[in-house]
Design a protein around this ligand. Structure first.
Ligand code: SF4
Ligand code: SF4
Length: 458
C-alpha cells in the first residue's frame, strides 16, 4: 500500500556543514607549530627578496623557461633533475607518513598554518570561541567586527599571493608596479587569483579542505601501520569516563575540551579518524585539564597502535623494513642527484649533420657537409666559445665562434670540407673551447659522408 506520509522536504543526501569555532589553547604542540610556521613561511616571504651577486636565490622565469636555484641555472633540458627530485619527494613523503603519520598536516601544511593565523585574527577581533558560536547562531548579520576580520584576512592573503608570485616575477618590480597600478594584466591576474584562493581556503573553507579536498589526506592512510605515530586517546586509562565528582575510575572527566579545541571538530576519543590532522591541540588541552586536576598527563598523546597495545615506544619502533628501505632509497637518490647537479655541464652542446641537405663540391673538388650545432649557456656568466676539428684531411669553413649570454641558447651552421677520398662515412670529432675560462669542453662526435661520385662536376 502506498505511503500516505507527506514527502519530507528537508531530507538531504548531504550533511550540512557545521561551523567550527575551535577554542584557543596553549601548550607545547601549539608552540612548536608556531615556531615551525615562523621558520618555514618566514622563508617563503623572505626568499623572493634575496639576491646573490644580483641574481635571485630562487626564481622561475616562465617566459625564458628557466629556473634559478642558489646561483644555478636550470633549463628545460634539465628536466631529468626535476624527475629525480619528484621521485625523491615522493619517497620522502612515503617515509615521513609511515613514520609520523599526518604530522606534516598538523605542523607544516600551509593550509593548517594559514587557518591558524586567520583564526587568531578572528578571535582577536570577534572574541572567544563561545562568543563567535553565539553570534553565529543568531541571524547572520553584518557587523563592523566581521568587516574588519575579513579585511585583515584579505591583506594577509594579498601578502601571501605577492610573495608567491615573487618567485615568478621580480618582487622588486612587483611591489612598485602594484602600488603605481602598472602591474601587467597577466601578473595582476595571478596575484588576484592567489589572494582569492588564500582567502577562501584559510578564511572560509578551513577544515573542509583537509576533510574533503586534500588528496594527501585520502591516500596517506594506506601507508599507516601499527608503528605509525598518531594522535591517540588511551582508552585503557581514560575509560570509563565520567565527571570529576562521579569518580568512575577512568581518567577522562568528560570535559569535552579536547573536542572544543579541535580544528576539524572531531572527538579523538572515538578512535583514529581520517579527519584528524595530527595537530596535537587536543593533547595540549587534555594535558592542561589533567595538570589542573592533579592527574597524570598523556591521556591523549602522540602514540602508535602497538604502543597503545602495551609495546614500548622507542627509536627501534621506527626501524622496520619499510622505513629502512625508504631511507636507503632516499640516501642513494639524494647522493645521485647532488652529484649530478654539482657536476653538470654548464655548457650544453650538440652537433648533428643536416641529413636533408646535399653535399656540395667546390672548384678544388672538395666536398662539404653541413652541420647544426646547438649551444646553451647554463652558467650565470657570459661565455665565448670556439670550435675546432680533429683529424687530418678535414677542415672547418671559417673559424666558428660564438658569444653566449647567461641562459642564452643558439643554433648555428657549421661546414666541414674534405679533399677527395674514398666514398664512405668517416667519424668526426669537434673540439669545443671555452675561451672565457680557457677550458676544453667535452668533444662532440658526428660523421662525415663522402659521396659516390658518378658525375663529378667542378
Ligand atoms: S580533554 Fe581529556 S579529560 Fe577532557 S574530555 Fe578530552 S580526554 Fe577527557
Ligand atoms: S583530534 Fe586532536 S590532533 Fe586530531 S585534528 Fe583534532 S585536535 Fe588535532
Amino acid at each position: 500500500m502506498p505511503s500516505t506520509n507527506p514527502p519530507d522536504n528537508d531530507f538531504s543526501l548531504y550533511e550540512k556543514r557545521k561551523a567550527i569555532f575551535p577554542k584557543s589553547v596553549s601548550g607545547k604542540r601549539k608552540t612548536i607549530r608556531r615556531y615551525v610556521g615562523f621558520l618555514v613561511y618566514g622563508l617563503l616571504f623572505l626568499i623572493p627578496w634575496i639576491r646573490i651577486d644580483g641574481e635571485p636565490l630562487v626564481f622561475i622565469d616562465i617566459a625564458q623557461r628557466e629556473l634559478t636555484f642558489f646561483n644555478m641555472l636550470f633549463m628545460p633540458q634539465d628536466v631529468f633533475y626535476l624527475a629525480i627530485f619528484l621521485i625523491l619527494a615522493a619517497f620522502a613523503l612515503f617515509l615521513f607518513t609511515t613514520v609520523a603519520g599526518r604530522l606534516w598536516c598538523g605542523f607544516v601544511c600551509p593550509q593548517t598554518i594559514w587557518t591558524a593565523i586567520f583564526l587568531f585574527v578572528e578571535e582577536k577581533i570577534q572574541g572567544s570561541s563561545l562568543q563567535r558560536k553565539r553570534e553565529n547562531k543568531q541571524e547572520k548579520r553584518f557587523t563592523l567586527k566581521k568587516l574588519l576580520t575579513h579585511s585583515i584576512w584579505v591583506i594577509i592573503s594579498l601578502a601571501t599571493a605577492l610573495s608567491f608570485v615573487g618567485f615568478f616575477y621580480s618582487i622588486y618590480d612587483l611591489i612598485p608596479e602594484l602600488l603605481t597600478f602598472q602591474l601587467p594584466l597577466a601578473v595582476a591576474f595571478w596575484v588576484a587569483l592567489f589572494t582569492w584562493l588564500t582567502y577562501v581556503d584559510a578564511g572560509l573553507l578551513r577544515e573542509q579542505v583537509c576533510i574533503h579536498m586534500c588528496p594527501y589526506a585520502k591516500f596517506q592512510s594506506v601507508m599507516y601501520d601499527e608503528d605509525t605515530l598518531i594522535v591517540a586517546y588511551n582508552e585503557t586509562n581514560g575509560e570509563p569516563r565520567g565527571s570529576l565528582k562521579s569518580n568512575t575510575g577512568g581518567g577522562c572527566i568528560d570535559c569535552s575540551l579536547c573536542v572544543q579545541v579541535c580544528p576539524t571538530g572531531i572527538d579523538i576519543r572515538d578512535g583514529m579518524q581520517l579527519d584528524c590532522i595530527n595537530c596535537g591541540l587536543c593533547i595540549d588541552a587534555c594535558d592542561h585539564v589533567m595538570t589542573s586536576i592533579g592527574r597524570e598527563n598523556n591521556l591523549i598523546s602522540f602514540s602508535t597502535l602497538n604502543n597503545l597495545a602495551g609495546k614500548p615506544l622507542n627509536w627501534a619502533s621506527f626501524l622496520r623494513p619499510k622505513t629502512i628501505a625508504y631511507s636507503l632509497i632516499l640516501v642513494i637518490m639524494t647522493s645521485v642527484l647532488s652529484w649530478k647537479v654539482l657536476n653538470r655541464d654548464l655548457i650544453e652542446a650538440s652537433i648533428v649533420r643536416e641529413r636533408d641537405r646535399m653535399h656540395r663540391f667546390n672548384i678544388k673538388g672538395e666536398v662539404s657537409n653541413f652541420y647544426i650545432i646547438k649551444l646553451t649557456n647554463k652558467s650565470e656568466s657570459a661565455k665565448h666559445l670556439s670550435l675546432s676539428l680533429e683529424g687530418e684531411g678535414f677542415r672547418l669553413v671559417g673559424q666558428p665562434s660564438w658569444h653566449l649570454l647567461p641562459g642564452e641558447n643558439i643554433e648555428a651552421q657549421v661546414i666541414v670540407m674534405s679533399a677527395e677520398k674514398p666514398a664512405g662515412s668517416y667519424p668526426l670529432t669537434f673540439d669545443l673551447h671555452d675561451q672565457t675560462e680557457s677550458l676544453d669542453l667535452a668533444p662532440l662526435e658526428s660523421r662525415y659522408l663522402y659521396p659516390v661520385l658518378k658525375n663529378k662536376k667542378p
